[in-house]
Design a protein around this ligand. Structure first.
Ligand SMILES: C[S@@+](CC[C@H](N)C(=O)[O-])C[C@H]1O[C@@H](n2cnc3c(N)ncnc32)[C@H](O)[C@@H]1O
Length: 279
């Protein structure tokens, strides 16, 4: 017989992939998920042998480094829970900052917005729910990801139109945009070996990696196509690898975008590049 807290401590000592505080949190989430019990209910006594098999199986998955969001089937983004599967990237805190900036800087109603490389749909769904009267679209090359994005929109009661598009080849048929946003794949393939196992072994490589021969290709193509997709004075917002701020801004300058800015995230790293077309 153990308390909830004793069980968390015992199991977290077996979760060597993570620092102790993180391991404690992950195990608490798993226990809460399966037992419907919160950490604050630690007075509750549990018999380890009576725990549900599904909980024990999920703990084994956690030990392999599988992200908790894939195990639970959902993850938080901007105060809402999004369905995630191995076909979708797990939404990141940095992307919440991108969405927050767009909301803060664009308070007019009735805007037309396209998100390229939408994954779970976390960006367009959040924008549709947070910005009044918007017309929001999301495209992705992955049909599996788009199915999840549609499920998320339905679950969260957001109106977003999703469609398939390989942005490196196709021009989305969604023009007259006020805002174009993208968090494209931006990790050069050669950086694969430096990555944490729980990203590399579980998250979709299609969402993460870009070829070493031209790691900026998505930014170049999207910024070029942006000139045809955006209205006059339309804005573009990119999430970037912290080392790419200078290079992505150069791409926007070269294409004659104005007001080009590099914006840092809460950790002080360059994370967003934005610009606008002239009137
Ligand atoms: C870094 S993830 C971003 C996912 C989501 N927007 C987010 O921020 O969590 C990049 C997304 O781009 C999609 N993608 C990769 N190559 C693409 C292409 N050629 N055309 C369109 N989308 C692509 C991937 O399937 C993935 O969903």
């Amino acid at each position: 017989m153990s308390t909830f807290l004793e069980l968390v401590n015992r199991w977290s000592s077996q979760l060597n992939l993570y620092p102790k505080p993180e391991a404690d949190t992950l195990i608490s989430w798993l226990l809460e998920h399966h037992l419907g019990m919160r950490r604050v209910d630690m007075m509750h006594f549990l018999e380890e042998k009576d725990l549900p098999d599904a909980l024990k199986q999920d703990f084994e998955r956690l030990k392999t480094g599988e992200p908790i969001q894939y195990i639970l089937g959902h993850g938080p983004f901007y105060g809402r829970e999004f369905i995630v599967t191995p076909a979708t990237l797990i939404p990141r805190n940095e992307t919440e900052e991108l969405v927050h900036l767009i909301i803060k800087e664009n308070q007019t109603s009735g805007l037309r917005i396209l998100d390229i490389g939408t994954g779970t749909g976390c960006i367009p769904i959040t924008l549709a729910l947070e910005m009044k009267g918007t017309d929001v679209f999301g495209v992705d090359i992955s049909v599996e990801a788009l199915e999840i994005a549609s499920l998320n929109a339905k679950k969260l009661k957001a109106i977003v139109s999703f469609s398939t598009c390989d942005i490196l080849i196709d021009l989305p048929q969604i023009q007259g945009l006020d805002i174009l946003v993208s968090n494209p794949p931006y990790i050069p393939l050669h950086e694969k070996n430096n990555m944490h196992k729980n990203v590399l072994d579980f998250e979709p490589h299609l969402a993460l990696f870009v070829g070493d021969e031209d790691p900026l290709i998505f930014y170049k193509v999207i910024a070029e196509k942006g000139k045809r997709l955006l209205k006059k004075s339309g804005k573009i917002y990119f999430e970037i690898n912290e080392r790419l701020g200078g290079e992505v801004s150069k791409i926007l300058f070269a294409l004659d975008y104005k007001n080009v800015r590099i914006i840092q995230d809460l950790n002080g790293k360059d994370r967003i590049v934005t610009g606008k077309l002239s009137n």
